[in-house]
Design a protein around this ligand. Structure first.
Ligand code: BV8
Length: 249
């Protein structure tokens, strides 16, 4: 294999070759090379412009529904113009070539893993393209009958439409989190790709894998809060490291 790999990658490839079950946890960084801003990077991250508690909480939405709705619409519009990158594609191709061997867990809501062809993706934080009513279960009308607005609303009961993502302070979908924890407990190797490791319980999955005696390898061009959980740190981008790492395994 003549593709440049960062230090430590050959050892991780050996772990990959020997692993019957691999878990992969991804964060916003895997979509960076698709042109999607990450959250916490100081210069360009979304949070550099906004406070998370203002934009990704129910309280923030109730306080300023238009501002939060328009921020999500801005992100949806941006996502409509981007494509999965080589990192997303490498994971999807591995899943297709090795059915059932790789469980993909993502914190991302952008849908790029699914668009790359990944199957059974465990979306811990929901889907930015899914809408739902803010107040449930008020069965006043079907969400498809919401009146257009910023945000759309029910003109009979005033319920608001909100993005179908998991905001801070909200529980993760139980079955999805359970499946992710099971994958972390039973894998021989966990790849942690493109996450600062600051958001829980998602970030805790790396520790779960480690405690279950799995090898943990991080792929990230920078340090992360999970570095001390890892057996290997591969310094590089998802779009360059994943294709080289997974090719021919
Ligand atoms: C909950 C959806 C309980 C919305 C998001 C334990 C300890 C401490 C705190 C808590 C804890 N348990 C719970 C909490 C509170 C909170 C939390 O974790 N707070 C943190 C900030 C301290 N967690 C919650 O509130 C969670 N809910 O626990 O509920 C509960 C139970 C029952 C009943 C009621 C309540 C919910 C958290 C989910 C929040 N929603 N997103 C949206 O997207 O708009 S989080 C948001 O952050 C995104 O999902 C994002 O993916 C995620 C994590 O960020 P990262 O993916 O890591 O992105 P970031 O920008 O930070 O980093 C990018 C990384 O990529 C960097 O490291 C960079 O170096 C790297 N990179 C850049 N380029 C590349 C690259 N890597 C590879 N290649 C590249 N090219």
């Amino acid at each position: 294999m003549n593709i440049a790999l960062p230090a430590g990658a050959y050892e991780v490839r050996q772990w990959l070759q020997g692993a019957a079950h691999i878990a992969v946890l991804t964060g916003a960084g895997i979509s960076a090379e698709s042109g999607v801003p990450t959250f916490r990077e100081a210069q360009t991250g979304y949070w550099a412009q906004f406070r998370p508690e203002d934009m990704a909480t129910e309280a923030g939405f109730r306080a300023h529904p238009r501002r939060v709705w328009d921020w999500y619409q801005h992100r949806r519009n941006l996502l409509a113009g981007v494509h999965p990158n080589a990192g997303h594609v490498a994971l999807a191709q591995f899943q297709q070539q090795h059915p059932g061997r790789l469980t993909l867990i993502t914190q991302n809501v952008d849908g790029l893993h699914q668009r790359a062809g990944s199957i059974g993706t465990l979306c811990l934080h929901g889907d930015i393209f899914a809408d739902r009513w803010l107040d449930t279960p008020r069965n006043c009308c079907h969400i498809d009958h919401a009146v257009a607005g910023h945000p759309p609303y029910c003109d009979r009961c005033g319920n608001l439409v909100r993005p179908g993502v998991v905001w801070f302070g909200e529980p993760l979908p139980y079955a999805t989190l359970e499946a992710a924890q099971q994958a972390a407990r039973t894998c021989e190797l966990m790849l942690v790709v493109g996450t600062a490791g600051a958001v829980y319980p998602a970030a805790g999955l790396a520790q779960v894998a480690r405690q279950a005696c799995a090898r943990v390898a991080i792929i990230n061009p920078a340090a992360s809060d999970l570095d001390d959980v890892a057996h290997a740190l591969l310094s590089g981008t998802a779009g360059s490291v994943l294709p080289a790492l997974l090719a021919g395994v």
